[in-house]
Ligand binder design. Structure first.
Ligand code: PLP
Length: 444
């Protein structure tokens, strides 16, 4: 069991930890007390290599002085500004910087504080858009099996992770349907980049969901261009293109949830850019400011914004927003992070490293317990054989074993995810995969 808890005076009872096995954690805590570059430091003084960029959110690595300075400077100048009926310059500047990285046509930015809030904001914008255009009956949302869109009621409802929905099933949003997952091990095992098989799965939208509900009732389709928490599932070649065509044909908004794919993970600013498919709304969070201060948001096509804003009666156009929308520290961090991404050409760096990273990932093929490996950009998902009768147990134990050996990775069920900071050197990547190999050797 992991354990590195030297401070016997720390009271562990009060912090109810998120997405954590609280009782096991508190019996053998794994505490991080420092971070620099691609390493954490644990409470017992060990270097822990960060193979997941925190939680997919630290592309430029930890402890970047440029971001620190921007946050401190902002604090000294203006630590908080109310975002309702008031503004401050840095929020406008950050919105322009973010818009400049988005596909042409998507350039209106609404700020939230997390990926979950970004998703619920996008769903509300979709409803507001159709209402503003005289189609208020378009209220059904289409998500996808194995999709993860955060934990708020909207995102949970369109999400396709059964464990996240189970306890709350009675109160999910009522008007939801789901596309099938794009994953099939039979047809796609050990795929690098986009699988060849599966474009036809997009047709389900038209042949089944539109046929059943009628397009005139459907507000939006929301997908992660690459499903992250669901197991690192790249879109089959042609799949996103078909979704786009069908949505356009039927007046349905297409939302890409780019909370993990945004800001460089796939070697481009967005998955939309990488795959050459432009949605109507993009959600972002995490990498937008290198994960330094909570920040998320939605970028909308100008027409979507204009339909809601320009055509509304005088007054507040959208009754939505958060106390911390455009928080000065968060948006100052975003400007500084985007500066860094540009100065260090980090997205191009990710693209250059992709092939080497994927070689290392796929070299695990044949290791004991490994059933499939998928990779796209600087992200890899490794499926372990589930232990009979205990799905998820092996993945969880692998993450604990890796931590004991000096590596942070996350398991989602029995799938291990690796998504290193984009600043990782080859030696760091080698260390990550060697540690993982070691962890697999001794896994029960
Ligand atoms: C695609 C996607 N959407 C939404 C979220 C939720 O983000 P947050 O945890 O910031 O609410 C996540 C988090 O991992 C995500 O991967």
């Amino acid at each position: 069991m992991s354990g590195n808890f030297p401070d016997t005076t720390l009271d562990l009872r009060h912090y109810w930890m998120p997405f954590t096995a609280n009782r096991s954690f508190k019996a053998a805590p794994r505490l991080l007390v420092g971070a620099k570059g691609v390493f954490f430091r644990s409470a017992d003084g060990r270097e822990i290599i960060d193979s997941l960029s925190g939680l997919w959110c630290v592309p430029a690595g930890h402890g970047r002085p440029e971001i620190r300075q921007a946050i401190v400077r902002q604090f000294d100048e203006l630590d908080y500004a109310p975002p309702f009926q008031m503004g401050h310059p840095v929020a406008f500047e950050a919105a322009s910087r973010i818009a400049s990285l988005m596909p042409a046509g998507l350039d209106r930015v609404f700020f939230a504080n997390s990926g979950s809030e970004a998703v619920d904001t996008a769903l509300k914008i979709a409803l507001a858009y159709h209402r503003a255009r005289g189609e208020p009956q378009r209220t059904l949302f289409v998500g996808r099996q194995r999709g993860y869109h955060g934990v708020n009621f909207g995102g949970m409802s369109v999400g396709g992770m059964p464990a996240n929905r189970k306890a709350f099933a009675a109160n999910l949003l009522p008007r939801i349907d789901q596309l099938p997952s794009t994953y099939s091990r039979e047809h796609q095992a050990y795929s690098r980049g986009q699988p060849e098989w599966g474009a036809h799965l997009a047709d389900y939208l038209e042949t089944n969901l539109i046929a059943l509900h009628d397009a005139s009732n459907i507000a939006a389709v929301i997908v992660e261009p690459v499903a992250g928490s669901g197991g690192v599932l790249a879109p089959p070649k042609g799949y996103l293109e078909r979704l786009r065509e069908i949505c356009t044909r039927h007046g349905i908004l297409l939302i890409f949830d780019e909370v993990i794919t945004g800001f460089g993970r796939l070697g481009a600013a967005t998955a939309a850019e990488r795959f050459g498919v432009t949605p109507d709304l993009i959600t972002f969070a995490k990498g937008v400011n290198n994960g330094m201060v909570p920040l998320g948001g939605v970028v909308a096509r100008q027409e979507v914004h204009d339909a809601i804003v320009n055509d509304a009666p005088a007054g507040i156009e959208l009754f939505h927003g958060y106390t911390y929308s455009g928080h000065p520290l968060a948006v100052a961090a975003a400007c500084a992070a985007i500066d860094l991404y540009e100065k260090e050409a980090l997205f191009a760096r990710a693209s250059e490293m992709e092939s080497h990273f994927q070689d290392l990932a796929h070299a695990l093929k044949g290791e004991r317990l490994v059933q499939d490996i998928r990779s796209v950009g600087l992200a890899a998902g490794i499926d372990l054989e589930p232990r009979p009768g205990a799905p998820g147990a092996r993945g969880y134990e692998a993450s604990l074993r890796a931590f004991d050996l000096g590596m942070w990775l996350r398991a989602s069920g029995d799938t291990l995810a690796i998504a290193p900071p984009l600043v990782s050197e080859r030696a760091h990547l080698a260390r990550m995969f060697e540690t993982l190999r070691e962890a697999l050797k001794t896994l029960p």
